[in-house]
Structures are given as structure tokens and as C-alpha cells.
Ligand binder design. Sequence first.
Ligand code: DAK
Length: 258
Amino acid sequence: MSYEYILTRTERRVGIAQLNRPKAYNALSPALMQELMDALEAFDADPAVGCLLVTGNEKAFSAGADIKSMAAAATPMAMLNSPLIAQWDRLAKIGKPVIAAVSGFALGGGCELAMACDMIVASESAKFGQPEINLGIIPGAGGTQRMTRAVGKALAMEIILNDRRLSAQEAKQAGLVNRIVPVETYLEEALVLASEIAARAPAAVRLAKEAINAVYEMPLQSGLAHESRLFYMLFSTEDQKEGMDAFINKRQANWKGI
Ligand code: DAK
């Protein structure tokens, strides 16, 4: 499959999607979002891929939704009916883990895209922010919700109401990102993390992601019951038998993904 606004490749069982509108700081046009979601869904369906990686370039992960195409949607109904909306919902349905490798600007929808991934590896130059207030709007793709859950109410208020930007260090301290790595190696470091996860038992990885994300959807007792059901379900897989046999016989497990 060839794309116009993203680059894709598979390496070490990792499906990599790179946003590729460098002149516009990888602004998320509807066409780019559609290609990105098409690519992520294709990786999700590919048994040769165990983990997904979304990245931009050194200067910008993404500066957010394409303001020029948003400005054209002059009414609420035009915005509601814009092709942009449906694209965002597709990301939450990806079953395999998705890692964002972020360098430079991650602003507005770019920050929301990174936060909608399961983990964030940030380069030392990464800058996170929700500057929508400068456009007379608020975040619309999860910024008020995911940012607040990640960094807490006090800091989220500053970020969203007053365009306070977080450096990589601040983002790490606030719990927004997993790790900070040098700019020169950020993609390789993210790829190493992704390939380690991609080498693990696929069904267990998938259900572990589902169980963790359920924290944000369910009260504790429901979450615990959900976790138990997923745990029991894994005893129907060959990989559970393989993993336990490998432990007992002191050998490397050979995961089959079934
Ligand atoms: N959209 C379109 N073009 C952009 C852009 C953007 N978000 N960001 C940068 N560009 C373009 C600039 O227009 C410029 O293009 P030319 O003039 O060369 O044609 C080029 O990229 C370089 O930008 P600058 O000249 O501004 O470069 P600087 O280095 O001076 O500044 C910057 C870089 C990233 C700090 C600055 O460009 C900037 O502040 N950009 C805007 C950041 C921003 O406000 N982001 C939030 C956008 S609103 C939703 C889904 C998503 C969203 C909402 C709802 N639903 C599902 C409901 C998301 C909304 C947003 O993200």
C-alpha cells in the first residue's frame, strides 16, 4: 500500500507509521489521518506485526489538526460532519500496543494523538502542549480528558487554559511520557522498546493492553472482574501452555500467537 502523507515500514515485528508533511509540521489533515488509521489497522491485522510505532520527524511529531482545513468548517455541523471526526475513533479500536516516538512539537491534536497511543518515548527536544486556546477553541480529540488524567488537574488547567508547554523533562516528571532519550537515537530507542513488546506472547500483550485501558472506563470492581475474565481466557491459548512449559523446562518460549 502506498500513501501520500505518511511513510510505512515493518522492522523487527514493529509496524512503523511516520507522519510525512514536514513543511506543515506534520499537521493532521483529514487525508493524513485517514492514511494513518488505514496503516495502523493494516498493521493490527498483520500477524507478522506485534507492536505499532507512530512517529514524525526530529522537529515535529505533529503541530496538531490542520488549522487551514479546520478554518474552512465554519459551522458546528460542518465540523461534526468533517471526515476528521471518524478517523480519531479508529485509533481506540487498535488491539496491538501503539507507541508514539515524539521529537519536537507535539501540539494540539499532535499531543492528543501521542496521548491516545499506549506509551510515549520522547526525545530531549520534545515539547507537549494544547495551544487551542490561542485559536478560540478547546481541545477536541481528548486533550482535556487524557491530559488531566495523565498530569493531574492543576497542571492540565495551565496547559489548556494558558498554553503552558511542557518540556520533555516536565512531561516525564508529570507522568505523560515513559522515557526521555537523545534526539539522535529517539526512533531507535522507541523501536527497541516496541520490538521487545512485539517479541512477547501476542494474545497476552493484547489482553494486557485491554485490561490496563479498562482502568479509564470502569469502576474498580468491574475492572477487577474484567481482568479476571481476560486472565482465564488466556488459558485457552497454546502460548499459555508454551510459556509455562518453557519455564518449567528452562528453555526459551516459542510464541505462536494462538
Ligand atoms: N495546521 C496547519 N498548518 C500548520 C500547523 C497546523 N496545525 N502548524 C504549522 N503549520 C504550518 C504553518 O502554517 C507554516 O506553513 P507556511 O506558512 O510555510 O505555508 C508552516 O507549518 C511552518 O509553521 P510556522 O511558520 O508557524 O513555524 P514556526 O517554527 O514559527 O512555529 C509552531 C511552529 C508549530 C509553533 C507553529 O506553527 C504553531 O503554533 N502551529 C499551530 C499549533 C496549534 O495551534 N495546534 C493546534 C491546532 S487545533 C478533533 C480532532 C482534533 C482536533 C480537534 C478536534 N475532533 C476529532 C473533534 C485538534 C485540533 C487542533 O490540533
